[in-house]
Write a protein that binds this ligand. Structure first.
Ligand code: DLL
Length: 440
């Protein structure tokens, strides 16, 4: 996009407009201190950095970043729950979590200073795109282990915005609050906004009669088409922001008024885009797996965390004056993680839940569609010959048990379809367990 859609404003202008030479010097100083601290305090990094021959002292330039070990979700799992924590529990004031590939979440921790940095980094993109102290914001992200609710909440408070922490779900109540409290700002996943938009239309609320002016979306992939649809339907401006729990939560990057990519908080994180197979850097402007190195985090700093998210990076100057690199939309994942209604789900979690239920066979297919605004997931499960029964109530009870087991692991309600023995496709190579109709 070539024109700003709101007046440009800064929350931390010195950091956001820092000349790149100064930024590089700051990153180098911070990186050296971080590696020194992590090799002293985190056994994983002590060993991995020793194997790579890296110490805080022998890092001479930012190119030495490439000598550092990567960190993966599997490393976090192997050091569950808090093996990567770099401070004592006494210093931690908050924990969040995201789904892992098994039933257990990945935990992350924050010190008081981490929470302040987090609020500032979210405040950057909110203020950049029109959010002001006189505004009221409805936060429709879940408040809980998910970083979305609390992360944006404290940033909005820090700006001085009046926050309505309605949390996720209960669309009727959400619509009533949108009408009665007239917030200017909506914070949610894009798909939830689409659902609210349908509710607004169904209630016959005229476009423009609400106070709503801006929406900030993140937590799941979306498209320019979806932006256009929601903006036209609600008469508002929509902005994209990105983050992940392991790196921070929301606030890793966010759009400016030009909406030509999301500016990354490079004073707090070094970003790389790599070829996920060769692990070599992707050429600038070409898609690669995003990798983040924490420079300032106290409680849970990770070196070269492989996000599995695919996007492009650019350092071409932006008309807004921010010198910080920009990333494009997330166009894919290198693993099989699904995002269903904003919730991260791994097929392996569903498999694990299924197999705990007596009577199921290890053959299943997860089908995801978006019939209306929200994702719907259906799990087709094969049952064992000996379990197969003509009794409707027995089959219904089995479905309920499977549904509860999946909900317990993923937090999501899914439709369960039982199918007879030997009806689902068998695979010779990699099994294909997911049918994602949203992509069609
Ligand atoms: O989703 C953090 C967040 C909350 C970001 C609210 C923005 C707003 P996790 O639950 O750990 O954290 O999930 C992180 O979600 O690796 C991406 O795959 C995906 N994701 C997050 N934001 C976007 C976005 C939060 N704007 C995972 N576009 C990430 C596409 C996104 N995907």
């Amino acid at each position: 996009m070539t024109k700003p859609v709101v007046e440009n404003a800064f929350w931390q202008p010195e950091a956001e407009r820092m000349p790149r030479v100064e930024l590089a010097a700051l990153q180098l100083t911070r990186l050296r201190a971080m590696v020194a601290r992590l090799t002293a305090n985190v056994p994983f990094y002590r060993d991995a950095c020793a194997r790579a021959g890296v110490t805080g002292d022998n890092i001479r330039s930012l190119d030495d970043l490439r000598r550092l070990p990567f960190t993966t979700k599997a490393d976090l799992r192997d050091n569950y729950p808090l093996g990567f924590m770099a401070v004592s529990r006494r210093e931690a004031v908050r924990y969040h979590g995201s789904s892992g590939t098994t039933g257990k979440p990945t935990f992350v921790a924050y010190t008081r200073r981490d929470l302040e940095t987090w609020a500032d980094l979210c405040a950057r993109f909110l203020v950049a795109t029109g959010v002001r102290p006189e505004h009221t914001a409805q936060v429709s992200f879940g408040y809980g282990l998910f970083t979305g609710g609390f992360g944006l909440h404290y940033a909005l408070e820090r700006i001085g915005v009046g926050v309505i922490p309605v949390s996720s779900g209960n669309s009727d109540r959400q619509l009533t609050i949108l009408q009665d409290m007239a917030p200017e700002v909506l914070i949610s996943t894009p798909s939830y906004a689409l659902k609210l938009m349908e509710g607004i239309q169904a209630r016959g609320i005229p476009r423009g009669s609400l106070g709503l002016r801006f929406a900030h979306f993140g937590g799941e992939p979306w498209t320019e088409d979806m932006r256009a649809r929601i903006e036209a339907g609600l008469g508002i401006l929509c902005f994209n922001n990105y983050g992940l729990s392991e790196v921070l939560g929301p606030g890793v990057s966010g759009e400016c008024p030009w909406r030509n990519g999301m500016h990354i908080a490079e004073d707090h994180f070094i970003v790389e885009a790599i070829n996920p197979e060769t692990l070599e850097p992707a050429p600038e402007g070409e898609p690669g797996e995003l990798v983040f190195t924490a420079l300032t985090k106290e409680a849970f700093p990770l070196l070269r965390y492989r996000t599995r998210d695919i996007a492009t990076l650019t350092r071409v100057p932006c008309p807004c004056g921010r010198t910080l690199a920009r990333m494009g939309r997330i166009t894919g994942r290198t693993d099989d993680m699904l995002i269903i209604r904003g919730v991260n789900v791994f097929p392996s979690q569903i498999e694990e839940a299924l197999l705990r239920v007596e009577g199921t066979a290890p053959h299943y297919l997860i089908e995801i569609a978006r019939p209306g605004a929200l994702d719907e997931a259906t799990v087709h499960v094969e049952i064992r010959p000996e379990t197969f029964s003509d009794s409707m109530s027995e089959m219904q009870a089995l479905r309920d048990r499977i549904g509860r087991a999946i909900q317990a692991v993923t937090g999501l309600g899914m439709h369960i379809e039982l199918v007879g023995p030997q009806t689902l496709e068998r695979f010779e190579g990699k099994a294909k367990r997911v049918l994602d109709r949203r992509k069609a």
